[in-house]
Design a protein around this ligand. Sequence first.
Ligand SMILES: [Fe+2]
Ligand SMILES: [Fe+2]
Length: 285
Amino acid sequence: MTSMTQASPGGQSKLTVRKPKFDFSNGAPRHWLKNSGLLTHVMNSLSLMFPEGERFFIRSVNRFSDKIKTAEMQQSLKKFAGQETQHGQQHDKFNALLRQHGYEYEAYVAEMENFIFKKFEPFMTEKVWDKLGLSITAAAEHMTATWAAHFLKNRDAFAQTPDEIKNLWLWHAMEEIEHKDFAFDVLAEVDDSYLTRIAGLLFIAVGVPVIIGMIATRFISQDKTMTRADLIRDLPKLFITKDSLGRMFVASCVQYLDPKFHPRNNDDNYLLEEYFAQQEPLRAT
Ligand SMILES: [Fe+2]
Ligand SMILES: [Fe+2]
């Protein structure tokens, strides 16, 4: 395992690109998270959107690379892209496992991604407002960092999850905490207005639940092992309990509305320290 991230005096993190080699050859249980079909389908849906989503994040910051003035930030740009590229590649490998359960989703997700990234994204960023992609990315990075902190704080959530799958999510979570401020800082360099920042939040606040909800609904409707009673039993775990993903999502949106918000206001460096103290070293290339 490579070294832990250090915050520089300027506040910008020095990022590390790691190349883990997760081995998912043992497959994935149908309901690998808390033995819950609902929670697993939501996480699988997130995972399916990660590879193209993270390539979108990279494009969004690269679009404004000429606005990045310091050598340190330029270095972080490369590392940010390197980390997100690795996340996409590892989640692609994980996502291939979902085929083993016989769900039909690939054409559906491909069509959705085609609309979002081949039609909507170029139209919005090239014809309407070039900063929108970066603003969406900054907001999305806050959401992922919030979820990442949650999983690093609540590893018990993975008690019934195979180690390799747990390690994928914890590694991804750790790196999301490491680079949680990068897109936000690039957006501040490009345009530090509150309205520009909040525009991205609006797309995330609406788009993420809709997209994840549509994919997860498709999985749930095809999952013959999941009963209506299972669904009703698990709904509070998704939306109501204190540690539910839904509540966290809403709380992170509210936090982002604060005009003084900055990702570094959330001090979660200790989570990185804990990760490096506890985690098995990743198999690296
Ligand atoms: Fe990522
Ligand atoms: Fe990220």
